[in-house]
Ligand binder design. Structure first.
Ligand code: DAT
Ligand code: MG
Length: 136
C-alpha cells in the first residue's frame, strides 16, 4: 500500500545547499516526488504546521526559524513513505538521537537546525499535506 508524506527542507538546509542531497536520498530510497515547491512560509502557515507544539518553550523560536527563509516542501510517495522518510531523517536531536547515515545525523548539530521535517503519522501526513498542498 502506497502512502504520502510531507517533507520539508527547512531554511537551514536550503541555506546550506543541502536540497539536492535530501532529494537524492529520497530518490535513492525508491520514494517518488509527487509535488515539489520552494516556498516562503508566513506566520499563519508556520503556526498551523507546528500547532502541536504551541505553548512549548521553543515554539516562538521555532516559528521565527521556519519563517526566516525559504523552505522546500515536497509530497513524497511510496510504500511506508511516512516511516521511510522519518528513518532517512533520523531522530529529532541531530547529535543525541539521529544515527550517523541519517540526514540529521550526517549534517546536523543543533536540535532547532535539524534540516528536515517529515510527517510522523498518517493523521499528521493528511493534515500537513492539506496545509502545504491544498490543490493536490
Ligand atoms: P520532529 O521534527 O523530529 O518531528 P518534533 O515534532 O518533536 O520533532 O519537533 C518539531 C521541531 O521543533 C523539531 O524538528 C525541532 C524543534 N524542537 C523540538 N524539540 C526542541 C527542543 N527541545 N528545543 C528546541 N527546538 C526543538
Ligand atoms: Mg514532528
Amino acid at each position: 500500500m502506497s502512502e504520502r508524506t510531507l517533507v520539508l527542507v527547512k531554511p537551514d538546509g536550503v541555506e546550506r545547499g543541502l536540497v539536492g542531497e535530501v532529494i537524492s536520498r529520497i530518490e535513492n530510497k525508491g520514494l517518488k516526488l509527487v509535488a515539489l515547491e520552494l516556498k516562503n512560509v508566513d506566520r499563519e502557515l508556520a503556526e498551523q504546521h507546528y500547532a502541536e507544539h504551541d505553548g512549548k518553550p521553543f515554539f516562538e523560536s521555532l516559528i521565527e526559524f521556519i519563517t526566516g527563509g525559504p523552505v522546500i516542501a515536497a509530497c513524497v510517495e511510496g510504500p511506508k513513505a511516512i516511516s521511510a522518510f522519518r528513518q532517512l531523517a533520523g531522530g529529532t536531536d541531530p547529535v543525541e538521537k539521529a544515527a550517523p547515515g541519517s540526514i540529521r545525523g550526517d549534517y546536523g548539530l543543533e536540535v532547532q537546525y535539524n534540516l528536515v521535517h517529515g510527517s510522523d503519522s498518517e493523521e499528521s501526513a493528511t493534515r500537513e499535506l492539506k496545509l502545504w498542498f491544498p490543490n493536490l
